[in-house]
Design a protein around this ligand. Sequence first.
Ligand SMILES: C[S@@+](CC[C@H](N)C(=O)[O-])C[C@H]1O[C@@H](n2cnc3c(N)ncnc32)[C@H](O)[C@@H]1O
Length: 542
Amino acid sequence: MDVEMDIDGGHLDDFARGTHDFLNWFRSLPGATFHEDTRIEDLRGKNAGRGIIATKPIEPETVLFTIPRDSIISTSTSELPTLLPEVFKQPDNAEEDSDSESEEEQAPTYPPRQDPWTSLILILIYEHFRSLPTSPSYSRWAPYLSILPSEFDTPMFWTLEEVSQLQASSLVSKIGKDKADAMIRTKILPVIRRNPSVFFPSASTGSIPSDSEITSLAHKMGSAIMAYAFDLEKEDSDDQPNPAHNPQDGDSDGEEEDSWIEDQPPKPSQMAMVPLADILNSDAEFNAFINHDSPTHLTALSIRRIEPGEEILNYYGPLPSSELLRRYGYVTPKHTRYDVVELSWELVAKYLRQALITKYNLTEDTWQKTHQKIQNDGDFDLEEAFVLERHSEDPDSTGQLTSEAVFASLPEDLSEQVKYLLKMIKKVGGPEFEKLGDKDIRNEIYLDAVLKALKEREGEYGTTVEEDERILDEAANGNGPSRRVQMAVWVRMGEKKLLREAQKCVGDKLDEVRAKVSAAASTTSAKRSAGGEEPSAKRRRG
Ligand SMILES: C[S@@+](CC[C@H](N)C(=O)[O-])C[C@H]1O[C@@H](n2cnc3c(N)ncnc32)[C@H](O)[C@@H]1O
């Protein structure tokens, strides 16, 4: 397809011009291909930026585009690592955890230790300054860099008021703005400040960006990496290539043998920006994937028939709405099936304790001593929170979901922890807690406490599911809050729906176990009554 055919009457807005220049640049790369029955589409009307659509039917296993590895931006292709070898060639730099506590505590040394993430941020900042019109040299990735977004809808960039709309979602504590600030302050700024001639070769002192300008740029590059980068195998690795996925979808790795996921152990990897592959949008049902097998290029392949007008979609992983929003700044109905809610142990323990006080006169002393013993024994580390989620099948080999996701059970680690606590209470508390030896009685206490905790957890959100539904209905009729607030409402509503499903499931199980406990109690009391007559009969005989 001739790119010029996309030009409407010769008047391209900046967005269309960016697409046009980018695609021309991409197609000029040796070895690059772009299927003639596909097109880069302006999807801003549905808040999806650019995407790729099919213009004619596309059969399964069709090569949609080919990306030469040389066009990928990484530590292997940018010249920055050769200009700053002391920064990029530290021992094991790629394997280190960037935010290890010990590192934060250490006095700053130069060069700061880099990791795949910060290395790529430095490279993108370097290439960004080289793609400005004032730069004496020109980044070969300039047409690509110019279409990367400069604004993001990830919560990192939200106002406090927007963040507050997430209400009691655990996402609030995961936004990580402070951590990102610290990372930029300790790993990015020192390298740029120490090497002005590398980053700003022709700038006069007065025109060098300030710390706050660089920090803001580094935040944007970090966010672009989060939403756009791929996790590729290291070029010098002898191992097989990594599965095709984005860097953050670790939980989708390995377990399936479908054609779009390869069952392999983790391999040394490298973060990379992959032009064109990252124009593909994504959903929980998808029709294409990026194949990393070849040492010379990456290919996008269709995994089923794609109809004309249909968007070509990649897969970012089985992410809950909250994670999709945190990493990528969007939500979709299909990802709701993967929603999660964190339930704190504190809340469950509160209701367990109440039940034990009511039923067995648990004292403060026994409660404290039990916890002391758990700590001293050291056999069991009490978890602070548990993740509730539905049971959901993975997409099939054609990228489709074939069954409903259902909330079928509480997390196993939660039931293990409750079981352990009750066992220890029985041990420490003595004969008064004898009944905790009965599995059904334990289960009844457990399910009742969790049910109450789930109800309280739902109440922590400032609105009800019904109120949120109303807000989103009004938004659908053009009468709603901003897109960011709508996404926050979507996330908090999804979590409350999950909490309600969990309450239904736990409530049903509790009914069953209560029926068993009361049946057992009736049997025992019937036996007692029957047994109660026995001695008198014996006495009579005596
Ligand atoms: C790898 S990029 C995909 C290309 C991007 N649309 C663009 O214009 O550059 C990922 C970003 O695309 C957007 N995106 C991806 N899938 C989407 C979807 N199903 N709906 C809305 N936005 C989506 C999000 O903004 C996300 O951060």
